[in-house]
Design a protein around this ligand. Structure first.
Ligand code: GUN
Length: 291
């Protein structure tokens, strides 16, 4: 079994991005600039946004954090998005989800200029991904594809089962894996799928993205399979400073004995997701997607 070390690969990609930023600086170019909009004080969102800002600093990007209280109105947020869309210094921005219930997430996402939508959530960018045009691919599927590429994992003709059909992970990764040149045969399994255990056990590549801690046990994994664990459920822990730890969708210890490659949690998909936002911001700054 070989570990798919997302932490190591993400570290290498970060250095590549930092080198590019250095070159841009040396040539007197504009430093890539990412902004994050954070509404309220949800613990998870606070942590994720703090990481995004820290990651920007580490590679030499400029970053901005725009905060609102929970009672911000949809109109106020839409006005800010209009302002950010028009800001010529800003290459990309994200609005951290979830948003309070009185705000339509879809309306907010659709208000973002697709050219600055480095989350890749806008329908235009999702559509471009579906038809194989250059686009901002959302960070987790982008990171998984990069991990597969960098470990040289064969995908052509492989039987791939994606468990979970979320808009930001399951659905997009299923599309990317079946694209021409990647050529996996993909099945998307979900809560209504029959015989899910047997189906998972038929996978050459198993992507667990359902957010159910420890869902995948060893009897659900084929000998020699590649297992990618997207689960990051926060569970209480007395052993960490933060008071919680991340738990994946896969029972790592028992599954690791059976597979050829596996991602750990933490240190697998998570760091790849984080670095992919930086990659998208660099692509935006270099006008690589919409030239
Ligand atoms: N909430 C959880 N993951 C994400 C993400 O990737 N982007 C945004 N904007 N919000 C999130």
């Amino acid at each position: 079994m070989q570990l798919l070390d997302g932490k190591k690969i993400a570290g290498a990609i970060k250095l590549e991005i930092r080198d590019e930023v250095q070159k841009i600086k040396e040539h007197g170019g504009k430093i890539p600039h990412l902004a994050a909009v954070l509404v309220g004080h949800d613990g998870g969102s606070e942590t994720y946004v703090a990481y995004k800002i820290k990651d920007c600093e580490e590679v030499g990007f400029k970053s901005s954090l725009i905060r609102y209280e929970d009672d911000v109105t949809e109109v106020q947020l839409l006005n800010k998005i209009e302002e950010l869309n028009a800001d010529t210094d800003l290459d990309g921005f994200i609005v951290q989800l979830p948003l309070p219930e009185h705000i339509s997430e879809q309306k907010i996402i659709e208000a973002i200029d697709p050219k600055k939508d480095v989350d890749g959530f806008h329908a235009t960018n999702v559509g471009r991904m579906v038809i194989g045009l250059p686009t901002f691919v959302s960070a987790t599927p982008f990171g998984i594809m990069e991990l597969i590429k960098r470990y040289d994992i064969e995908t052509k003709g492989k039987n791939c089962i994606v468990v979970g059909r979320s808009q930001i992970v399951g659905r997009p990764i299923s599309i990317l894996l079946s694209q021409k040149g990647v050529d996996a045969t993909v099945t998307v399994a979900h809560s209504r799928t029959k015989n899910i255990k047997e189906l998972c056990a038929s996978a050459d590549i198993l992507i667990a993205a359902l957010g159910s801690p420890g869902f995948v046990s060893k009897d659900m994994v084929k000998e020699g399979a590649v297992v990618i664990d997207v689960g990051t459920t926060r569970v209480p822990s007395k052993e960490t400073k933060s008071g919680f730890r991340l738990k994946g969708d896969v029972l790592f210890k028992e599954v690791a004995q059976k597979c050829s490659f596996i991602t750990p949690v933490p240190g697998g998909v998570g760091p790849m997701t984080r670095v992919s936002l930086l990659s998208n911001t660099l692509l935006a700054a270099k006008k690589k997607i919409y030239s």
